[in-house]
Design a protein around this ligand. Structure first.
Ligand code: AHR
Length: 506
């Protein structure tokens, strides 16, 4: 295959929002307990936070953390997680059939975020079993400086200053039949509008995310967006998208790897479809207001083939069981990097995104109780993209490439790529070669003025595309310098080889 990207400084898509590099901490499995919080671990600090995990989170470069769920939030009582730890109740978590000990709550999260380098908190509220009153209580507790029952209770609990939370999710995946308190689009839209109105009158500075669809393939997709946006458009700032990808198992036991490699094609279509619903609603309502996309759950997730099953049985509600502990391959990391390219290419519409999730649960960081923490394969494309694209501006991707056929998406571009101009004048190109068997001669035409500058490329590629990082072999898959990269200074052209199933930052 031959692919060519023309980098043109004069045509830009949009500045890269810092919030594109968000992640997600849910009370699910070992994400909180045994993940970021493990009192007694040799690396735990005085608050029980694992310092080795904090160091990896800082290296990962996340900017926002969505919390505390996920499906968990739809049955959560936030008040259970505040006050003296010894008086906090143990509760049943219906979403994950677990026991929630509430030893970690809002104060612990806010403190952890500070220690992890000042990530922004994106708080989700429970619109499954609860509603407007609890949302207002939580907002008062979090954002009012002092002088009211709940703000003074926060101060008494040790947080003199308000948490000042700007981003709020109005529930989670309320379109999903699995969600506790699942609603129709009509009922959810009406509830979300009234909660948004109430929250805005308490704190006009909040930025609100209304639930979109929990998947592009949901039966209600489209109708859901149209109905919910119609009722909430001028009251919210974002509509959410959630998407998870994995190679489908075929009847002959093989996997549809070709379609999996092209997951970015589906994500791109999803974003364009939701953007169309936003635009249609804006036009219909003659609104001057803009609503953006918060892609607040995205990842590779082998959803139907979990290594661990949800606990079952009336007497079986374990604390922090091993759930959703997917071990990612090199191929997964390439798809993951391609999804990040796709988010960047749509930076004009996607102003926030959260990688689901951060530690142990479909996560870039894994830990063992009392043992080490390590980077999964997916850690690398996230960390390098965050490092190189943060603060930059996405340039219009003018890309030509060959194609290949997939059972799910038909003919797809073999290479996906995007260029980001940095605040310092540098240019970074991200590229994924989706082909399972063909390398790509990749050419980048640089803008004038770049000839003669330095060039560097890092590639994630393994001959064994199923190679993983595990407890036993923690650094099996990592980035390597791509020595094929060469700059023709006279023409300002970069040439290099992208191996099959590879992700590269140049
Ligand atoms: O991220 C795991 C789960 O996926 C979340 O709890 C839920 O929102 C989604 O279905």
């Amino acid at each position: 295959n031959k692919a060519c990207l023309v980098v043109d400084n004069d045509f830009q898509v949009a500045p890269v929002s810092d919030r594109l590099f968000g992640s997600f901490v849910e009370h699910l499995g070992r994400c909180v307990y045994g993940g970021i919080y493990e009192p007694g671990h040799p690396e735990a600090d005085e608050d029980g936070f694992r310092k080795d995990v904090i160091a990896l989170v800082q290296e990962l470069g996340t900017t926002t953390i969505r919390y505390p769920g996920g499906n968990f939030v739809s049955g959560y009582r936030w008040e259970d997680g505040i006050g003296p730890k010894e008086s906090r109740p143990r509760r049943l978590d219906l979403a994950w059939h677990s026991t929630e000990t509430n030893q970690f709550g809002l104060h612990e999260m806010a403190k952890w975020l500070q220690k992890a380098g000042g990530n922004e908190l994106m708080e989700a509220i429970n619109l499954g079993t609860r509603g407007l009153e609890e949302a207002l209580d939580l907002l008062e507790y979090s954002n009012i400086p002092s002088g009211t029952k709940l703000s003074d209770e926060r101060r008494a609990n040790g947080a003199e200053q308000p948490f000042d939370i700007k981003m709020w999710c109005l529930g989670n995946e309320m379109d999903g039949p699995w969600q506790t308190g699942h609603k129709s689009a009509e009922d959810y839209g009406t509830l979300a509008a009234s909660v948004a109105r109430g929250m805005r009158s308490l704190d006009p500075s909040v930025e609100l995310v209304v639930c979109g669809s929990s998947g592009h393939d949901m039966d209600t997709f489209g109708h859901w967006e149209e109905t919910v946006l119609e009722k909430t458009y001028d009251l919210v700032d974002f509509v959410s998208c959630h998407a998870y990808y994995h190679p489908e198992l075929q009847s002959d036991g093989s996997r549809d790897m070709a379609s999996f490699m092209a997951s970015g094609v589906d994500m791109d279509g999803f974003i364009k479809d939701v953007a169309a619903a936003i635009d249609a609603t804006k036009a219909r309502l003659k609104s001057q207001h803009d609503v953006y996309i918060s892609f607040d759950e995205w990842n590779v997730w082998y959803q139907e083939e979990e290594p661990s099953k949800n606990p079952e049985g009336i007497g079986n509600w374990p604390v922090a069981p091993r759930l959703l502990e997917d071990v990612y391959t090199a191929a997964d990391a390439v798809v993951f990097g391609d999804l990040m390219i796709t988010l960047l290419r749509n930076a004009d519409r996607v102003h926030a995104a959260s990688l689901a999730q951060l530690v142990n649960v479909i996560a870039p960081i894994m830990t063992e109780p009392g043992g080490p923490a390590w980077r999964q394969t997916t850690f690398y494309p996230f960390a390098l993209t965050a490092k190189l694209a943060k603060g930059g501006t996405v340039l219009e991707p003018k890309l030509s490439t060959g194609t290949f056929d997939t059972p799910q998406y038909g003919e797809v571009p073999a290479v996906n790529s995007v260029a980001v101009r940095g605040a310092d004048g540098s240019v970074t190109v991200f590229a994924a070669n989706r082909s399972l068997d063909t390398s790509s001669d990749f050419e980048i035409e640089l803008p004038k003025g770049f000839a003669g500058q330095t060039i560097e490329a890092q590639t994630l590629h393994e001959d064994d595309i199923f190679a993983c990082n595990t407890l036993e072999e923690r650094n099996r898959v990592t980035l390597h310098p791509n020595d094929t990269v060469a700059l023709d200074a006279a023409t300002g052209t970069v040439r290099m080889t992208l191996p099959p199933v590879s992700w590269t930052a140049i």
